[in-house]
Write a protein that binds this ligand. Structure first.
Ligand code: PHE
Length: 345
């Protein structure tokens, strides 16, 4: 067989291969000891010197050609394999859009969470820690340690979801975090504790069985009402992005003495009186006060040496004021049309 014919036959066989192993077999066959090209090279010994020269050069040329063809074919198979596996594992960057086409929507932060994070950031920048606490509490943390004994009428202020054992409950306020926070640290300290709270209440546009508070507490040797006013004023000015005026009115909570209701000068009318502030010029915003000595004691702190302030900020009202939401029940409705409006990314 001439070299030309050998190469043509090889090319045809190569075209018919299905995988890399076939190609390698074919190569071994043609270039191997028994291979057709080797036969030709072996035959050179009987040829004339001239023939040997040309034939030898041709055979070497053919060998190089065959090697090139083999390399090219193997690369082609490898490329095919890579492409196939890429197709299998491919990342579809248009997936998000195709999900959107199917009517699904990307998630976002809940408005309560947005405000909670903002307020946490403000307090962290003022040196406060952020603490968490359990939703299921015992009577001691929710009431007794907060100076609300068993028979105290203040227990009625907070309609409680009790568990069947009559000892555990869903926390009615985040003040439980005060108790846990005090027990775990030594004065001076300051922290906030945001979270869900639960009350067994009839729901309406401004009442929910589950709502959100952010508790705050600062304890040290010379903590005064002045500190309380300073931190509240700073917080509220940051939240409302302008200077706010605050005032304290007496308010009763067994765990603070004295206790206050903190009002801010109406941001809508500037204090002149409008429908939002019910024409008094002030809006009630949060309850607070100086921590009662019994509460400090329950938290393992000596009330002779230390004192402190505490406050409980209702987050839902702030969210509703910020976003103009007229019914608190929207917040837990799970209605995507509602949640979708606060998407933050
Ligand atoms: N825990 C109180 C409530 O939920 C609010 C409060 C907190 C009042 C801290 C004073 C100080 O009603």
């Amino acid at each position: 067989m001439s070299i030309k014919a050998i190469i043509e036959k090889f090319q045809a066989e190569l075209d018919a291969t299905q995988k890399v192993a076939d190609v390698l077999n074919l190569k071994a066959h043609i270039l191997g000891k028994q291979g057709s090209l080797s036969e030709i090279l072996k035959g050179l010994k009987d040829a004339t010197p001239e023939e040997r020269k040309t034939l030898g050069a041709e055979a070497n040329q053919a060998k190089i050609q065959i090697e090139d063809l083999v390399t090219a074919k193997i690369s082609a198979f490898e490329a095919q394999e890579i492409n196939a596996s890429l197709l299998k594992t491919k990342i579809d960057f248009s997936l998000r859009d195709s999900i959107m086409d199917k009517g699904l929507r990307a998630g976002g932060l809940h408005p309560v969470h947005i405000i909670q994070r903002e307020i946490e950031d403000i307090f962290v920048s003022m040196g406060f820690e952020v603490l968490d606490g359990p939703h299921i509490e015992d009577e001691w943390h929710n009431f007794e340690a907060l100076n609300i004994p068993d028979t105290h009428p203040a227990r009625d202020m907070q309609d409680t979801f009790w568990f069947a054992d009559k000892k555990h409950l869903l926390r009615t306020h985040t003040s439980t975090i005060q108790v846990r926070g005090m027990k775990e640290r030594k004065p001076p300290f300051r922290f906030v504790g945001p979270g869900k709270v639960f009350r067994c209440e009839r729901t309406d546009a401004s009442h929910e069985m589950c709502f959100h508070q952010l508790e705050g507490m600062m304890v040290g040797e010379d903590v005064s009402i002045g500190h309380l006013i300073y931190f509240m004023k700073t917080l509220l000015s940051e939240i409302f992005k302008r200077e706010v005026e605050v005032r304290l009115r007496p308010g009763f909570f067994p765990f603070v003495e004295p206790g206050f209701e903190l009002d801010i000068k109406c941001l809508i009318c500037g204090g002149k009186g409008c429908s939002v502030c019910k024409h008094v010029g002030w809006v009630e915003l949060l309850p607070c006060g100086m921590v009662h000595p019994n509460v400090l004691k329950a938290g393992g702190i000596d009330p002779e040496k230390n004192n402190g302030f505490a406050f409980g900020l209702g987050l839902d009202r702030l969210v509703m004021m910020r976003y103009g939401i007229d019914d608190i029940r929207h917040l837990h409705s799970g209605d995507l049309r509602f949640n979708q409006q606060f998407k933050t990314f």
